[in-house]
Design a binder for this molecule. Structure first.
Ligand code: AMP
Length: 473
């Protein structure tokens, strides 16, 4: 099938040709004609399948008629993270070169004033993260009653990040006559419930089910001890021995481990950058750019920080930890083996990881082969709780410990990223009193969930100064 057969406008087709695409991907071929005929679409697809163009291309075609009105966006795209929102904007810039459409990005960490100015002038496409969108709405700067088309992207990630109450609220603010496109990589029951609620007689388009997404990827399990120094050593060996490694993403379950592992790799002279939730937006963009351009070959990342990022042609994925959620494994290894290319995914497995591993194998429907011995054959010992407060100790005592001991509290370390702040209750209706202000404040902090402010390992000097208490004489 060619792009010409999908019903896209000439302007869009020219931009597609200029992008160098010759054939639509399966999700594009299946979804685009339905979007153009104004049907609701339920797209079950993960990133890397070309799903962003599956909605941006027909949206551009549809937006060629009609015009934007002040404060009333014509279309709305909801994204769980700033990076994803920014990537969708880039797509509109790339495919919309022949259009004169106004696109606004409402994400946290950027001044309200500039965003207000754009909305006031009227936008054709509004791309937003839920928290910032509601902030604008509550400030009276935005009306969603003119939304003709709504896209809810990465719905399962929205669920993970506790954004569903916000999404439900936003959808209620849009007209029921709107067209809705709903994308999710997986369909847990809560997401099914939402799609039933938001979509009207949708066309279901399903591509590259998680279990089959891995066909071009060579997956291997690698046994290791569970203590950090042993894991880091095993990982370094794997990287050094990897065949045809062009670039790699290393996934950690905890953002703190991302920072520790990154520092360790730099000490061992690996060319690596890191992406985790305690980094500010600028630092994240710099790291991502370095990785995208190939200046840095290795990206150490957490699931939330890396989810959905458009990083083409990754040759290797290393799971420093077995992910706790089986779906995260599918997302992680989906960073390689894209667009029919071959890729390799190695997962370090330590004693105690059996449960998470079997959940993954159940989800993907295959037993991942071991490279070398299994954990049991290698004789790695399980973690044993130490005396006292249940702290964990190393299980491979003879192993040299080349790196500094961990210093920060274990409690913080064990929180998976993205689930650091407690889940929010459903947002209260407007004007619900003081609690609303506090809730919005919290929303702002967690606009992208991994924005939770933290000092990381650094303790600011003012906290170390002794407190001086003045007493009256
Ligand atoms: P996405 O799934 O939207 O994150 O897209 C993944 C990657 O595929 C991006 O780098 C797109 O630029 C690229 N892409 C999208 N559509 C096509 C296509 N029809 N042919 C080749 N590459 C594509």
């Amino acid at each position: 099938m060619s792009f010409d057969e999908l019903g896209l406008s000439d302007k869009v087709l020219q931009a597609v040709t200029a992008s160098g695409y010759t054939q639509p991907t399966p999700i594009q071929a299946q979804a685009i004609p339905h979007v153009l005929s104004r049907r609701d679409v339920l797209g079950i697809a993960q990133t890397g399948t070309g799903k962003t163009a599956a909605f941006t291309l027909p949206m551009l075609t549809l937006l060629e008629t009609g015009r934007a009105r002040a404060r009333m966006p014509r279309t709305l795209i909801l994204e769980p993270t700033r990076e994803l929102a920014a990537q969708v904007e880039e797509n509109f810039v790339k495919y919309g070169v022949n259009h004169k459409l106004s696109v606004a990005l409402l994400i946290g960490g950027v001044s309200f004033a500039d965003q207000d100015m754009k909305i006031t002038r009227g936008v054709d496409v509004l791309i937003a993260t839920p928290g910032r969108l509601l902030d604008h709405f509550e400030r009276g700067k935005l009306l969603l009653t003119g939304v003709e088309l709504l896209v809810i992207d990465e719905a399962d990630r929205m669920l993970d990040m506790g954004f569903i109450p916000d999404i439900e609220r936003i959808v209620k603010l849009t007209p029921f006559t709107r067209q809705t496109l709903f994308f999710s990589a997986t369909m847990p029951p809560e997401i099914q419930r939402l799609s039933d609620k938001f979509l009207s007689n949708p066309v279901k388009v399903e591509v590259a089910r998680p279990a089959s997404a891995a066909q071009t990827i060579t997956q291997r399990l690698v046994a290791t001890g569970h203590e950090p120094a042993a894991k880091r050593e095993t990982l370094r060996e794997l990287i050094r021995e990897a065949v045809d490694l062009q670039n790699a993403i290393i996934f950690c379950n905890r953002k703190r481990d991302v920072a520790v592992l990154h520092r360790s790799l730099l000490r061992h002279k690996f060319n690596a950058v890191a992406l985790h939730g305690d980094m500010d937006q600028r630092a994240r963009m710099i790291a991502l750019d370095a990785f995208r351009t190939g200046e840095s070959k290795i990206l150490v990342a957490s699931d939330v920080a890396a989810r959905g990022l458009d990083i083409p042609a990754v040759s290797h994925v290393f799971n420093y930890d077995v992910p706790h959620h089986a779906e995260d494994y599918v997302h992680r290894i989906g960073r390689t083996g894209r667009a029919g290319r071959s890729g390799a995914a190695f997962t370090l497995v330590a004693p105690g990881d059996e449960k998470s591993l079997s959940a993954i194998e159940k989800l993907i429907g295959v037993d991942v082969p071991w490279q070398g011995q299994t954990v049991r054959e290698a004789g790695f010992e399980p973690e044993r709780p130490a005396r006292g407060r249940g702290r964990r100790t190393g299980g491979r005592p003879a192993e040299p410990q080349p790196e500094r001991a961990e210093t920060t509290s274990r409690r913080r370390e064990e929180r998976p990223e993205g689930r650091e702040t407690p889940r929010r209750e459903p947002a209260a209706p407007r004007g619900a009193g003081k609690g609303e202000g506090r809730r919005r404040e919290r929303d702002r902090e967690r606009d992208d969930s991994f924005e939770t402010p933290s000092f990381g390992d650094h303790i600011p000097a003012f906290l170390l100064r002794p407190a001086v208490i003045k007493t009256k004489k």
